[in-house]
Ligand binder design. Sequence first.
Ligand code: GLN
Length: 483
Amino acid sequence: MHNKTLTELTQCLANKDCSSEELTQVFIDRIKLLDPSLNSFITINEEQALLAAREADQLRAAGKAKPLTGVPLAHKDIFCTKGIKTSCGSKMLDNFIAPYNATVVNKCNAAGMILLGKTNMDEFAMGSSNETSYYGYVRNPWDQACVPGGSSGGSAAAVAAGMTPAATGTDTGGSIRQPAAFCGITGLKPTYGRVSRYGMVAFASSLDQGGPMARTAEDVALLLNVMAGFDEQDSTSLDAPVPDHTATLNDSIAGLRIGIPQEYFREGLNPEVEAAIIKASQALEKLGAEIHEVSLPHTHLSAPTYYIIAPAECSSNLARFDGVRYGYRCDAPKDLDDLYMRSRDEGFGDEVKRRILIGTYALSAGYYDAYYLKAQKIRRLINDDFQQAFTKVDVLLSPTTPEPAFKIGEKVNDPIKMYLNDIYTIAVNLAGLPAISVPAGFVNDLPIGMQLIGNHLQEAKLLNIAHQYQQVTDWHQRQPEEV
Ligand code: GLN
């Protein structure tokens, strides 16, 4: 049962092969069995989940069920959940119980989905390995000595290990796609503004975007249908109609023009990853797509640009955690300054402090023009590169990451090395584009991902291509040995 896709589970429930209560119990039992070693969950929502499952079963018996009624999922611990701890992976919010739900949480609840728990993550979503979490690192179910990726590593590992059929994640520079790639699942970062950020703890507001993570493109489409849509409580939410993302999954991709950005296939890319991605592009060619080489000339500037803009926005967003309004407060402060300083010093981890320092520096008088303003100008050039490419092709194809999952501890003391893991994912956030990571092979017995990037609001196209690819490959069906 734990291996089934969301689509299969909705069928089981509809056919009365199982009840939601039974299903929820299966996943809770698996979490209890596997999570002591994988550490994917910060909070397990056992009692409330079983209660909600029984209610879902009653709704179904009364003929009032929606397609996903009674299907379990997990939320990344960055989404506020009323009455349930929302820690954002930080000591700062270890005691924070949100008084309201994020819009994404409300939408999943309204669809009848059952919340199994809240997943582990890098502190405030800053990281690529899940090693910055206050709650300890998460292990990759494919090789427990390896990281699951980050920052949505808890969600990715939980789906890969069959502890939940689906999960939410957030992606500021790759945090849905990179862990999806490392754990062999499918993850979509939607167009900026497509999914509401209301109630999603802010890291870098102009880049952050929530999205779905599951085994298959079809499941991701189902979940995106639930998550997407205009929200007047988020001032950057897009007021555009949401298509049924499952309706076009079976469209033919014959004639589709796929661009291969040459800058994404240069030094730093593991040759076996490269070979697997080329093979994946050939599979799409067999389905009738045309492959073209394209250029994104400002690619080399995306990491430096991101690592100015993201820290700048984070330094401003995280100013609210001052020991007064939210979260952790130090013991016996001498005076107000001491309270601010010690609460922040004791509440934040090293990576978060590093970003706040960089961001504050980049925004300070005298440096603002040299760093922040310059970065914003380059951001426009990066966006223009993509728009130029989309005049010639429909979508872009690349590896999601330069290499498969690395070992726990391998990069944690070398921030630059860690930052370069996002080299193929961050430009997408700078340009606000949608992109999906799809399982595309194995290197060293570890899964790797193919990234497909579309123009704004082209999620349905990306899901269509990913689904067609998954009809002719079985990478997404492989599962780690019992962990
Ligand atoms: N790894 C990137 C960072 O640390 C991206 C994180 C994310 O997408 N949340 O900033």
